[in-house]
Ligand binder design. Structure first.
Ligand code: ATP
Length: 136
């Protein structure tokens, strides 16, 4: 489609999103980047963070848990460990994950500290993103 980008977000759990959009912004490990139709091709790694898509003057937010982005002039493919649209985030689950991670960080001798820090980061970003949900 002219002047649109096909955005596909794929995880081991399934296809999270496949839509024609106007602009994508994502959290690359080298910094945030934005993509408009016609962008030069590139591949980058992604950190845990927020992906923003703009579509017909509406902005939507997606949680992305690490992975890769492959950008071509008419497509952005995100391969992530997990991902959810803001409106699909289960806040109770994220709050429970945050509490569990905090308890594990406090007992660093019993648990894998790095794993607990990563879990805390995922939960904190999910909680923050859930507040940004766009009405369907
Ligand atoms: P938890 O400890 O709650 O499982 P996690 O960060 O370890 O959280 P992931 O490994 O990132 O979970 O994801 C596993 C699956 O569960 C994925 O399909 C992901 O989209 C989904 N998921 C995880 N947390 C949430 C959430 N708060 N709301 C909706 N889906 C979630």
């Amino acid at each position: 489609m002219e002047n649109k980008l096909r955005l596909d977000i794929v995880t081991p759990y399934g296809l999270v999103l496949s839509e024609d959009v106007d602009e994508v912004t994502a959290a690359g490990t080298e910094g945030e980047f934005g993509v408009l139709p016609g962008h030069v091709p590139f591949i980058t790694t992604l950190k845990v963070g927020m992906l923003t898509l703009r579509k017909d003057n509406k902005t939507e937010y997606v949680f992305v848990n690490s992975g890769y982005a492959e950008v071509s002039p008419d497509q952005v493919v995100i391969l992530a460990d997990s991902a959810e649209r803001a409106e699909d985030i289960d806040v109770e689950r994220a709050l429970a994950a945050k509490k569990r991670a905090e308890e594990r960080i406090a007992q660093a001798e019993k648990y894998d500290f790095g794993r607990a820090i990563a879990a805390l980061e995922r939960a904190t970003i999910r909680i923050h993103l859930a507040e940004k949900k766009t009405p369907r």
